[in-house]
Design a binder for this molecule. Structure first.
Ligand code: HEM
Length: 466
C-alpha cells in the first residue's frame, strides 16, 4: 500500500510541481495565464459539467479576467473571453492554432471533412464549399426552401403538441440536402435522414465498441451513410448532369495535378456540411420562436413587415423572392439578436501548434485554446443590458470582433448566408399564416450540446384565418 501511495504522490508532484516549474522557469520569462487546474486528470471537468457551462466561464472571467487557464476533458486549456484575443487565435495568428476534435468524433463525421484540417487541403475544400453556399448560389434555392418551410409548417397545424426543436431539425436537414444535392430522389433522402439521425444521436455519447450502445450504432450507421453516398456519387458521375450544387463541385474539383477527390473524401465533406448545418440552424430557429412568442410587440412588428410582402405576393400565391428576403429588416435584426443572446456556439476549440505568447502570457504548445464567443456577446461593455432581447441594438453595427456568431477567420462559417436565408423564409411563412402557443412549464435551457429551450420547446400551432 505504502508503495502505491508513494508512487501516486511522486507522480502528482512531478505533474503539478516539476512540470509547472519548467513553465515558470521558461527562458522567455513568460508566465502561464492565471487560473486553476483542478484535480489530476479530471481537472475542472466536473465543475464545468455539473452546472450550466456558461456559469463556469462567467465565474472564471470575473475572477481571473479575459484570459485564464483551466484543465478540462483531460486537456490543459487556455480560455479567451476578449474580442482581441479571439481575433488573435482565429484570424491574425490562425496558423499557430489548429482545429482539434476528439478522434471518436472525427470517425463519425469522416476524417477528411474540411473543419478538421488546415493548410492546402482545407483551402481547396473551403473554396468549393464556400462557392456553393455563397449568396449567388443560394438565391436560386429561395422557391424550394419556401416550399419546404410551407410543408413543415403545414404538418404542425391543427393544435397537436409539437417538439419545435426536433421539427426544426427536419427542416434544416432538408434545406442542407437541397444545397448539397439539389433535388435528391426521395428514397435516397429517406435513407440519408434515417442513418444520419443515428449518427447524430451517437455523436455526444460515450465512445465504445460495445454492441447496442449509441456510439456503436452510430459507427454502423456512418458506414451505411458512406455506402449510400457512394451510390449517389457514382450515379451523378454517370449522368454527367450540369448542376450547381455542392455535390457537383466536389465531384468535378481537380487538384494541382488534375487529381479528383475520392468518394470517401466527398462523403466526409457532405456529412460534415450536414453536421455543421442541421442542429445549429434548428437551435436558432427554436429560440426565435420563443423570443417572438414572449414579446407580442416584437411579434406584431415582424408580422407587419412580413404581411406587406405577403400581400404584395397576392396572399402568398406568388413565391417569396430573394430581393424580398433582403428587405426584411426587422426580421433580420431579430435573427442577429437571437444569434447574440442565445449564442448557440458558446465557444470553439483550437490547439496551439507551438509555444505562443499573448499579452505577456505563455500558451504552451499542445494546449487547447478556446475563444469564448458567448462571453464576448454577453459583455455589457459591448452590448449594454446584454441579457435583454432587443433587436433594435443592431440598428448600429457592433464594434469590430465583438459579434462572431459565425466565427471568424479561415474557419468561419461558409453556410451563414444559407442559414440566415432559411430562417428568414421560415419566419415569413410562420408569422403570416400561423399563430402558436408554448406549453406551460418550460422555462430553462438544455444543452445537447447546443443550448435550446427546455424540452425542445413543445408548442401548438394553428393556421390563422385572415
Ligand atoms: C445559424 C446557424 C449556424 C451557425 C450559428 C453556425 C456557426 C458556425 C461557426 C461559429 C463556425 C466556426 C467554428 C470554428 O471556428 O471552429 C462554423 C463553421 C462551419 N459552418 Fe456553420 N453555422 C451555422 C449554419 C451553417 C450552415 C447552414 C452550414 C452549411 C450549409 C454551415 C457550414 C459550416 C461549415 C462547413 C463550417 C466549417 C468551416 C471551416 O472549417 O472552414 N454552417 N459555423
Amino acid at each position: 500500500m505504502i508503495y502505491i501511495i508513494l508512487f501516486i504522490s511522486t507522480f502528482l508532484s512531478y505533474h503539478f510541481f516539476i512540470k509547472r516549474q519548467t513553465w515558470w522557469s521558461n527562458p522567455s520569462k513568460t508566465k502561464l495565464p492565471p487560473g486553476s487546474m483542478g484535480w489530476p486528470y479530471i481537472g475542472e471537468t466536473l465543475q464545468l459539467y455539473s452546472q450550466n457551462p456558461n456559469s463556469f466561464f462567467d465565474s472564471k472571467q470575473k475572477r481571473y479576467g479575459e484570459i485564464f487557464k483551466t484543465h478540462i476533458l483531460g486537456c490543459p486549456s487556455v480560455m479567451l473571453a476578449g474580442p482581441e484575443a479571439a481575433r488573435f487565435v482565429l484570424v491574425s495568428q490562425a496558423h499557430l492554432f489548429k482545429p482539434t476534435y476528439p478522434k471518436s468524433k472525427e470517425r463519425l463525421i469522416g476524417p477528411s471533412a474540411l473543419f478538421f484540417h488546415q493548410g492546402e487541403y482545407h483551402t481547396r475544400l473551403r473554396k468549393l464549399v464556400q462557392a456553393s453556399l455563397a449568396p449567388d448560389a443560394v438565391r436560386s434555392l429561395v422557391p424550394d426552401i419556401g416550399a419546404l418551410a410551407e410543408s413543415v409548417l403545414d404538418s404542425w397545424a391543427g393544435g397537436r403538441v409539437v417538439n419545435t426543436y426536433q421539427e426544426m431539425k427536419k427542416f434544416s436537414f432538408d434545406v442542407g440536402t437541397l444545397a448539397i444535392f439539389g433535388r435528391l430522389e426521395s428514397c435516397y433522402k429517406e435513407e440519408l435522414k434515417k442513418n444520419y439521425s443515428i449518427v447524430n444521436e451517437g455523436y455526444n455519447s460515450f465512445p465504445t465498441k460495445i454492441p447496442g450502445t449509441l456510439y456503436y450504432k452510430a459507427v454502423k450507421a456512418r458506414k451505411r451513410l458512406g455506402e449510400i453516398l457512394s451510390e449517389i456519387i457514382s450515379k451523378r458521375r454517370e449522368k454527367r448532369m450540369e448542376t450547381n450544387d455542392l455535390l457537383d463541385s466536389l465531384i468535378n474539383s481537380k487538384g494541382d495535378q488534375g487529381e479528383l477527390l475520392s468518394d470517401d473524401r466527398i462523403a466526409d465533406n457532405i456529412i460534415g456540411v450536414l453536421f455543421a448545418a442541421q442542429d445549429t440552424t434548428a437551435s436558432v430557429l427554436t429560440w426565435i420562436l420563443k423570443y417572438l412568442h414572449d414579446d407580442s410587440k416584437l411579434r406584431d412588428a415582424v408580422r407587419a413587415e412580413n404581411m406587406v410582402i405577403y400581400e404584395a405576393n397576392k396572399e402568398g400565391n406568388r413565391s417569396l423572392t430573394w430581393v424580398q428576403t433582403k428587405s426584411m429588416q426587422v426580421t433580420y435584426k431579430v435573427i442577429m439578436e437571437a444569434l447574440r443572446v442565445a449564442s448557440i456556439i458558446s465557444f470553439t476549440f483550437r490547439e496551439a501548434v507551438a509555444d505562443v505568447e499573448y499579452k505577456g502570457y505563455l500558451i504552451p504548445k499542445g494546449w487547447k485554446v478556446m475563444p469564448l464567443f458567448r462571453n464576448i456577446h454577453h459583455n455589457p461593455e459591448f452590448f449594454p443590458d446584454p441579457l435583454n432581447f432587443d433587436p433594435s441594438r443592431f440598428e448600429v453595427s457592433p464594434k469590430p470582433n465583438t459579434f462572431m456568431p459565425f466565427g471568424s477567420g479561415v474557419h468561419s462559417c461558409p453556410g451563414n448566408e444559407l442559414a440566415k436565408l432559411e430562417i428568414l423564409i421560415l419566419v415569413h411563412h410562420l408569422v403570416t399564416k400561423y399563430r402558436w402557443e408554448l406549453m406551460e412549464s418550460q422555462s430553462g435551457i438544455e444543452y445537447g450540446p447546443f443550448p435550446i429551450p427546455k424540452s425542445g420547446l413543445p408548442a401548438r400551432f394553428w393556421k390563422q384565418t385572415l
